[in-house]
Design a protein around this ligand. Structure first.
Ligand code: M6R
Length: 614
């Protein structure tokens, strides 16, 4: 939540910072602002609303030339989305400007202290106290980095702060606790940002910052210390994607582009993780064979779409390994006092690697001595850094707020993990594992066939653009797919959508069915006769009550023909892998329906891409 950028170098700071904000706008779009150091003073502008409003203001009243600057795109927490509450915030004399991501939990106490000392604060934000405190420190003679260490140590909660001081025009200083921050290392220029997308057009070399660290960037140098001032050596990494991955590439939305990237992303997620004989090579799990054999319970924890990937994983992992597997929303997990031992494997799934609820869940798990394995898409992010091991999903940057390729690559990582555990524990024969690996390798081509026929789904979406409610039904691994289809529609189209386990219908939800109500029905493959036939009966029951059935069924399954008002065919797959294809029409449907309604698909209202506050 919130995107922040800082820059020092030979280019126009305004241009670099505003372009960086454009790439981070998916993190929050309630307001945007910049502050630059020019001629011993801070200059800047900030506007409520999307970045376009700031662009317009800067075009009408350009800021003077500067090579040092910071910027912010906001997802509002404390104080509504107004010009005054927009970041950057300044100290009382306007010497220091600050941008912030996170929540300063003790801001009320600090604000009262500042007001008692005669400070007047202009906004309702928690951030402004940091600007005043920093300015007080530098006015008393501290340099900006020392001031940042002193102030950060007094703050409670989650924060990344990035600051400039009018009296130190050659530097930007930043601090992080429980909130993302990476450093971009260029030639004669440096960057700090919430994620690498902000500076990817300038450099692909980056540094990870640890918890409770302060970084100072100048043109030539990066120095990092902890809050006590002890120097720290940050870990360097190279970003394995480039600017084109962070652009729309001819698509109208990032989301649509990311849906279409899935065959490639799923292929990348499999790359190098098995040999030609289908034997898994997953050293990333970093557990000895003895440790793997002693795992007696798996708990998967995640939020939103990543949680639904976890629900699918439960079916696969329990079936292949016979290890009991629980799946729990991260924000519920740690408050229920879960039973964790050294033999519990906790798997945290997160596309961004920054979701605060998931981060807090893994901290709790590690404190109980459980082993934590992250499944994550973002190199340099906090969740993998704080886990014992990580399986990266290699999906490339996911910028649309609605997760798509994030989900399908998480599924692949979960399947690989399940198969690897089965291989080590010998709960499946090698040829059985190799058969699943073979089928996984066939999935990109199956997904591509669905995408080649996207227009069929788009036509249904456009026709249904004015519906008020849509239901999604699935069974077994199709149940999480139904939940995911409903979530996509809620977050993009803002209409009532719910996913149900089809077997639950008669226990209540069937009362919702009324004449003409669209109901997506995810039909299990025919290989599972008992599941398949029960689903077909369910479809008949809702159709008899007036539902308009949109049936997602495998090619060649004629048993559903008579009960489908709309039939969407997917390539035949095994039951456990079917989610990889079954979700694609649901993603296309939500994207197109929201487009037809005139919504901003990449930046749905009230949301932000990574939820970095609890
Ligand atoms: O970055 P994460 O995978 O941890 O994010 C978890 C959820 O916030 C995320 O999946 C969210 O539900 C998406 N907007 C769904 O499309």
């Amino acid at each position: 939540m919130c995107g922040i950028v800082g820059y020092v170098g030979g280019k126009s700071a305004q241009e670099v910072v505003v372009e960086g904000l454009r790439r981070l706008e998916y993190r929050g779009y309630d307001s945007a602002g910049v502050a630059l150091v020019h001629d011993g003073a801070i200059v800047g502008d900030k506007r409520a609303g999307k970045l376009a409003n700031l662009d317009k203001a800067l075009a009408e009243a350009p800021l003077p030339e500067s090579h040092t600057g910071i910027g912010h795109t906001r997802w509002a927490t404390h104080g509504g989305p107004t010009d005054v509450n927009a970041h950057p915030h300044r100290g009382s004399r306007g010497r220091v400007a600050v941008v912030h991501n996170g929540i300063i939990e003790n801001f009320a106490v600090l604000r009262a202290e500042l007001e008692a000392a005669g400070h007047e604060l202009a906004s309702e934000t928690d951030t402004e106290v940091a600007a005043h405190l920093l300015e007080r420190e530098v006015s008393a003679g501290a340099d900006l980095a020392a001031a940042m260490r002193t102030v950060s140590a007094r703050l409670e909660g989650a924060f990344t702060l990035v600051a400039v001081d009018a009296a130190a025009p050659d530097r930007v200083v930043a601090s992080r606790r429980n909130s993302p921050l990476v450093v971009g290392v260029g030639d004669g220029e440096h960057f700090v940002a919430s994620d690498v997308a902000a500076f990817i057009e300038h450099t692909r070399d980056a540094l990870e910052l640890g918890q409770d660290e302060v970084v100072t960037i100048t043109c030539d140098e990066v120095s990092v210390t902890d809050y006590a001032g002890t120097p720290v050596e940050p870990r360097a990494f190279h970003v394995d994607w480039d600017l084109s991955a962070a652009e729309k590439g001819g698509f109208d939305w990032f989301m649509r582009k990311e849906i279409f990237e899935q065959p490639h992303a799923v292929g990348d997620a499999l790359l190098g993780r098995h040999d030609d004989a289908g034997r898994l090579q997953l050293d990333e799990v970093r557990m000895s064979e003895d440790e793997i054999r002693s795992v007696d319970k798996i708990i998967i924890t995640a939020c939103g779409t990543a949680f639904y990937a976890g629900l699918v994983a439960k079916y696969a992992i329990e079936h292949w390994t016979r290890i009991p597997c629980e799946v729990e929303l991260a924000h519920e997990f740690r408050y229920r006092d879960p039973i964790l031992t050294r033999d519990t494997l906790v798997v945290a799934i997160s596309q961004s690697g920054e979701t605060a609820d998931t981060l807090m869940a893994i901290r709790h798990a590690r404190a109980q001595r459980a082993k934590v394995l992250a499944i994550c898409n973002t190199n340099g992010s906090t969740i993998p850094r704080e886990s014992d091991a990580v399986i990266y999903t290699h999906a490339g940057p996911e910028i649309g707020v609605a997760s798509t390729k994030g989900f399908t690559t998480q599924l692949v990582a979960c399947y690989l993990l399940g198969l690897y555990l089965a291989q080590v524990r010998a709960t499946k024969f090698g040829d059985e594992i190799a058969a699943v690996v073979d089928e996984l390798s066939a999935m990109p081509a199956r997904m591509q066939r669905l995408l080649d026929d996207a227009e069929t789904v788009y036509a249904v979406a456009r026709e249904l653009k004015d519906v008020r409610s849509v239901l999604f039904l699935g069974r077994h691994a199709g149940f999480p797919v139904a939940l995911e289809g409903a979530l996509k529609l809620k977050e993009l189209a803002y209409i009532h959508a719910e996913g149900f386990a089809a077997g639950e219908l008669k226990h209540g939800p069937i009362a919702l069915i009324e004449e003409g109500m669209p109901v997506f029905c995810i039909v299990p493959p025919r290989g599972r006769d008992f599941l398949h036939d029960k689903m077909v009966s369910g479809i008949q029951e809702i159709r008899a009550r007036g539902a308009r059935t949109i049936v997602v069924a495998e090619e060649g399954d004629r048993s559903v023909d008579g009960y489908a008002d709309v039939l969407l065919r997917i390539p035949a797959s095994s039951t456990l892998l079917q989610p990889l294809t079954a979700v694609v029409p649901l993603q296309l449907f939500a994207c197109e329906l929201a487009t037809a309604k005139g919504h901003d698909v990449d930046q749905p209202r009230n949301l932000a891409k990574s939820v970095t506050v609890e």
